[in-house]
Design a protein around this ligand. Structure first.
Ligand SMILES: Cc1cc2nc3c(=O)[nH]c(=O)nc-3n(C[C@H](O)[C@H](O)[C@H](O)COP(=O)(O)OP(=O)(O)OC[C@H]3O[C@@H](n4cnc5c(N)ncnc54)[C@H](O)[C@@H]3O)c2cc1C
Length: 418
């Protein structure tokens, strides 16, 4: 555990977006923190999809990350073109083209979208042995020493507090809150990463090039196409800003997303989720075979290793966790569909808040139970809005969801009165 000044020993389970932002924030403040991540190494993940970064998410990262890590993140972020999206029908007749307000304005130092694999490697910069790979959590236990995490390797680690940052299928959550699982929205999504050059050579119509586009088919299927244009290739940015840091080469790409309702899959979920990347690309191509010729073959242009499927789920309602030593952040606390690009930003928001509160505890300004009570109430309220936003966007673009999108209502934690 990295230690500088006195403070609660923090064990973080999961070195993804939220866990690493929290680790950076606590490490920079000199608080004792260790992250336990199940992946064998940082190089295991190659599925580098695009993450939209909202003003909230950017603010949270600027608050937690040291200046050189931020410089690297900005250099490897998306080169922004335009502020809106273009919507078409499947024959590419324009439908509408909303512009979105962005309170950050058009400035050159805005982080508007990032590549997830690059983000993760950037977030690891400078953390060294704060992050331990190859540690898959199987069980947590509260005891007289604090909280102990037990790993599949047979090792264990004890802290004063444990943060579940282990994502949508959180093992901590499954142990402590098995009955409260996210709800299935009924939508199945195929994601692919398509090389930008290849897509342009294959004849993507000019009007869609470099644009954030939605195509809404008359059959209810929905395609999203989002460009990721690196300001600077990540490996070159690393050589300039952080020599020796291993970042991917980073060729520009489109993230392609095809949403299909499960009633339209023509196969059970068990069969759909057993399809490999090549078969998923084939599935998407068949579904788009009557669409505009410039769209039909898109999924065939991706590397099958980067093509995968997920089901869209959401926590409804978002509920606070009722323990004083274990808290959750990000998807472990509040899963939501990727529509609207809100999940990672919410994880970053949680991490920044938790960093602030744990610093306050370390400085003697508050107690741990009071800090966790405040954390849980604020996260529940913020995440309720975020889930509601992502569901509204899902409903708007995907149309058929298996749930009613509720008006936002917030549950309070057991610590609310403190
Ligand atoms: C294709 C796609 C596109 C998306 N686009 C956007 C977007 O544009 N904007 C946005 O804001 N959000 C987006 N999201 C959502 C976003 O990726 C998640 O909300 C975000 O990654 C959540 O962060 P997290 O830290 O909670 O979890 P994660 O980033 O998933 O990290 C969890 C970590 O925990 C580790 N872990 C899991 N189980 C264990 C265990 N038992 N023991 C130890 N470690 C464990 C995992 O290996 C992982 O590293 C998208 C999601 C997808 C799938």
């Amino acid at each position: 555990m990295s230690a500088g000044r006195h403070g609660p020993r923090v064990v973080i389970i999961g070195g993804g977006v939220g866990g690493l932002i929290l680790a950076q924030g606590l490490h920079a403040a000199g608080l004792p923190v260790t992250v336990y991540e199940r992946d064998k190494s940082p190089r295991v993940r190659t599925q580098g999809y695009r993450l939209r970064i909202s003003p909230d998410g950017e603010r949270a990262m600027r608050e937690c990350l040291p200046p050189r890590v931020l410089e690297l993140l900005l250099a490897t972020s998306n080169e922004r073109h335009g502020h809106g999206l273009l919507a078409f029908d499947e024959q590419l007749h324009p439908q509408w083209a909303p512009e979105f307000e962005d309170p950050r304005g058009p400035g050159p130092d805005k982080i508007d979208a990032v590549d997830r694999v690059t983000l993760r490697r950037v977030l690891l910069a400078g953390l060294g042995d704060v992050v331990r790979f190859g540690r898959r959590l199987i069980r947590v236990e509260e005891n007289a020493d604090g909280v102990t995490a037990h790993f599949a390797s047979g090792e264990s680690a004890t802290g004063d507090v444990l943060v579940a940052a282990d994502g949508a299928n959180s093992a901590v959550r499954n142990q402590l809150r098995l009955a409260e699982q996210p709800r299935d929205l009924g939508v199945r999504t195929v994601f692919a990463r398509l090389p930008m050059d290849g897509v342009h050579r294959a004849g993507l119509p000019e009007g869609l090039r470099g644009a954030f586009s939605y195509v809404i088919g008359s059959d209810g299927h929905h395609l999203g196409l989002m460009p990721m244009v690196f300001r600077e290739p990540p490996s070159r940015a690393a050589a300039r800003i952080w020599p020796g840091l291993d970042l991917p080469p980073g060729d520009d790409y489109y993230m392609a997303v095809l949403n299909v309702h499960r009633d339209e899959l023509a196969m059970p979920d068990s069969e759909f989720f057993a399809l490999d990347g090549r078969e998923l690309a084939g599935f998407a191509t068949v579904r788009m075979r009557d669409w505009h010729p410039g769209l039909r073959g898109l999924f065939g242009l991706g590397d099958p290793a980067d093509t995968f499927a997920v089901s869209l789920r959401a926590d409804l309602p978002v509920r606070p966790w009722g323990t004083e030593r274990i808290v959750a952040l990000g998807d472990a606390a509040h899963t939501m569909p990727p529509s609207g690009g809100v999940g990672a930003n919410s994880a970053a928001w949680d991490a920044a808040l938790l960093t602030r509160l744990l610093r306050e505890v370390a400085d003697g300004g508050t107690t741990l139970p009071a800090a966790f009570g405040r954390y849980q109430d604020a996260v529940t309220e913020h995440a309720t809005q975020a889930v509601s936003l992502s569901l509204k966007i899902a409903q708007w673009s995907i149309r058929k969801l298996d749930i009613e999108v509720p008006a936002a209502g917030v549950e309070k934690s057991a610590h609310h009165s403190r």
